[in-house]
Design a protein around this ligand. Sequence first.
Ligand code: BTN
Length: 354
Amino acid sequence: MKNITKNAGSNTATDNSHKLTTKDMVLELLKENSCNYISGQEIADRLFLTRAAVWKSIKALQDMGHDIEAVTNRGYRLNLPSDSISASAIKALLSDGSDTFASTVLPDIIVFDEVASTNNTARELALTGNQNDTVIIADSQTMGRGRRGRSFYSPKGTGLYMSFLLYPELTLTDAVRLTSMTAVAAMDAIKETLGTKVSIKWVNDLYLQDKKIAGILSEAFTSIEDGSLSYVVIGIGINLYPPRTEFPKELKDIAGVLCPQGAEDSNLRNKLAAALISSFFRYYRNPMDSPFVEKYREASNLIGHYVKINPSQPSAQQKYAFVTGIDDSCRLMVKYDNGTEESLSSGEVSVVKY
Ligand code: BTN
């Protein structure tokens, strides 16, 4: 988990990109009414906008490629692309009564059409006074971030890009568990919605066979005064469908998708998001005592393998070891050639192929 210390007095965000724009709000309302026409006047009344502002937003959304029909005397109707994400659909799935926990403790859920990075948006939200556990989702990210300063490819309509903004009462050391918890929650959600079993590559990547289909970027923010944890942002990106153009060259051999056949269920991303949120918050209720560690261990694909530690670092920093297990803090237990043993809490490893 990356630890970024917040400067005292730096609580004023200068960038307001985390706020839902008028366009985002008009789009969400059109999604809620996607089978029906809604008049410009009704949109204006419900969102406290002028008719001119509604018209401008509709025009901008059409220019962005949204298929919005405008019919005289009836209004506007959004023809949804296959599998579009919407906050109202996710909330409806979470409160459908089958999951009493989720329906009583719903986090705030905000869906954006496009942001730079949902992790950045979460941080901006925290810096401007948000105090509730919040889930931020975007249909696409222009600057999706991965671990170790890498980028995370996040094209429109093909993945689930989601960040949890949380205020846990945990020490920084214990908050590391939230990353493993997210990996297990994602694994549960994928099994529940698609019936697909994925494995976890320590420390927090999800794999389908030998291809990475999801990654997690966790960031902790501490108070400079006493070093206590102020809030945590956990971002997860899941590749669902093949990108319209291929994966970039550097990802082609590494990245995979969960549904190579494309979108067959137009509500899949909402279902996956709801299942992930529900599973995560069930574990999160008891972060120090919950069954996710055992699930993490069972799904780990490195146990019994010989690995290279720090494969992307200069060779002087690389080591080789045999993976013996996952301990109760989800650390990787390794045994070096000289017989010494260690439990690694962070880092990168690759399997040595003979
Ligand atoms: C990795 O594989 O190195 C981690 C990838 C994390 C990607 C997710 S997508 C949602 C959230 N926003 C980001 O910018 N990154 C995370």
